[in-house]
Design a binder for this molecule. Structure first.
Ligand code: NDP
Length: 287
């Protein structure tokens, strides 16, 4: 028989998760603060609980996918977590996950935190490449891995309950940098006779090629020598940054997304690291 479970939260993500479990034949109890959102799921076979505590009581495995850490605390205030396996798929910080893990253990439950690396349309679509980072109770993960793998992939990243959030946020932070670069690039061509649609594939190709440099950065961090395998040294790149900034000025584009990173590169160069790659910038960030 398929494991039965409870899902708290039927927002965009919770609803997508719920549909995959129902579709795969898992008996599912759902709860949502705004009751009207449970109606489509009830029509698809879900059992609706009137309270979060009631939903928690219905099953040993309880998955929460709410807005933020505060909403999870609020929803679980009156719930009896004794013997429960709580899987938190709500995005939060590492410290929030660690604190929720302690809180759950103190109330007699096992805790696993998750960071969802997918958007709702990727849920239930294995070829989308989506997955969830999990960390915390290994025994909970081992018990329920097959059920957790129904909506999307699973990657366990350690017993520290904060590690899933940390991996999640680290990847999202890298994405933020990438999107800020993409925004600047489109801004540069915005007023020219260059079609964004034709420019987009060039951007994708270039970013994909540059992403292959990431393992080299990791190797440098692990060796502590930031001059190994450098094909573009810091002195050359800082000189090149002047061209990037001057082009922005010529095009009437604000360089505000570019300058913070460039200033760090210049500082590292001024500290006497002309022959290194950009890896030393990381050391300037870690306080
Ligand atoms: P939505 O805004 O669509 O849904 C939010 C959910 O949280 C709703 O069920 C809402 O209930 C509930 N909620 C909010 N505040 C409270 C509260 N105080 N008490 C109880 N319930 C509350 O968000 P998503 O479903 O998109 O996201 C859910 C989680 O998944 C978030 O942590 C998000 O970061 C994460 N996530 C989302 C992704 C996405 O692309 N959508 C991607 C990766 C992660 P109500 O219906 O009553 O408002």
């Amino acid at each position: 028989a398929k494991t039965s479970l409870t899902l708290l939260g039927l927002g965009a993500m919770g609803t997508a998760l719920a549909r995959t479990w129902l579709g795969a034949g898992h008996p599912l109890t759902v709860w949502n603060r705004t009751a009207s959102r449970t109606e489509p799921l009830a029509a698809e076979g879900a059992t609706v609980a009137g309270t979060a505590a009631g939903a928690v009581a219905a099953n040993d495995l309880v998955v929460a996918c709410l807005l933020d850490d505060a909403s999870v605390r609020e929803a679980l205030t009156d719930a009896d977590l004794t013997g429960k396996d709580l899987v938190n798929l709500t995005t939060g910080t590492p410290a929030q996950a660690r604190s929720l893990a302690r809180w759950t253990r103190e109330r007699g439950g096992r805790f696993l935190d998750g960071g969802i690396m997918a958007i709702p349309p990727m849920i239930g679509v294995p070829e989308s490449g989506g997955y969830v980072f999990y960390s915390g109770s290994r025994s909970l993960f081992d018990t329920h891995q097959r059920t957790l793998a129904v909506p999307t992939g699973t990657r366990y990243v350690g017993g520290d309950p904060g590690f899933a959030a940390l991996h999640d946020v680290a990847l999202l932070s890298a994405m933020t940098g990438m999107f800020s670069g993409v925004a600047h690039a489109f801004a540069l061509i915005r007023r020219e006779e260059i079609a964004p649609k034709e420019f987009a594939p060039l951007l994708v190709e270039w970013l994909t090629a540059m992403a292959t440099l990431v393992p080299g950065t990791a190797a440098q961090l692990e060796s502590g020598d930031y001059t190994v395998g450098v094909s573009s040294n810091l002195a050359m790149m800082v000189a090149g940054n002047a061209t990037l900034l001057r082009t922005a000025e010529e095009q009437g584009v604000s360089a505000e997304l570019m300058t913070p990173y460039m200033e760090l590169m210049a500082r590292r160069l001024a500290d006497g690291h002309a022959d290194e790659s950009e890896t030393g910038v990381i050391d300037l960030l870690v306080r």
